[in-house]
Design a protein around this ligand. Structure first.
Ligand code: GTP
Length: 170
């Protein structure tokens, strides 16, 4: 039968990793070279239809700046899915992503569908984090992993489609 599912989705990650850009690519098919930094958090909705279910995402795009860190639990509490984003050109953003994964494992919903996303794959010439390094960390910590580019749209629809499938199965 066809289920209707409403799912809270949260994006977490360092400032500038590309959280807003991934959401805007998915929801509006747009990309902005000069995307402004998010203040607090931004809210989006999008519906995704699978064969087995229709998933309505309530998407919380959190602000990566450190001063907003204390707000994060409001956004990941009750979330069915979390996307932890880092920028492949920034080792710092990868370290920050690992801290988010630890926090979600400690505080979050144990059944949460979690993805580690290595964004800005189009900037391969400036890469600081090897694909294998992200993939291995994800595997060891029970997350799914994808390399994406909000700019070229590489793997962006795939990401949300995989999340929808995971949420529909749960
Ligand atoms: P905060 O709101 O500060 O937490 O940042 P964010 O994680 O939402 O990052 P945002 O989407 O604002 O992107 C930061 C910058 O990186 C912007 O200038 C984007 O245009 C750029 N950017 C985002 N994704 C990509 C990508 O896949 N490739 C390239 N080349 N640039 C990207």
């Amino acid at each position: 039968g066809n289920k209707n599912i409403q799912a809270k989705l949260v994006l977490l990650g360092d400032m500038g990793a590309g959280k807003t850009s991934l959401v805007l690519r998915f929801v509006k098919g747009q990309f902005h070279e000069y995307q402004e930094s998010t203040i607090g958090a931004a809210f989006f909705t999008q519906v995704l239809s699978l064969n087995e279910a229709t998933v309505k995402f309530d998407i919380w795009d959190t602000a990566g700046q450190e001063r907003y860190h204390s707000l994060a639990p409001m956004y990941y509490r009750g979330a069915a899915a979390a996307v932890v984003v880092y920028d492949i050109t920034s080792m710092d953003s990868f370290q920050r992503a690992k801290k988010w994964v630890l926090e979600l494992h400690r505080q979050g919903n144990p059944k949460i569908v979690m993805f580690l996303v290595a964004n800005k794959a189009d900037l391969a010439g400036k890469r600081q984090v090897d694909n294998e390094e992200g993939e291995q960390y994800a595997r060891e910590n029970g997350l799914s992993f994808l390399e994406t580019s909000a700019k070229t749209a590489q793997n962006v629809n795939e990401l949300f489609y995989e999340i929808a499938k995971g949420v529909a199965k749960a």
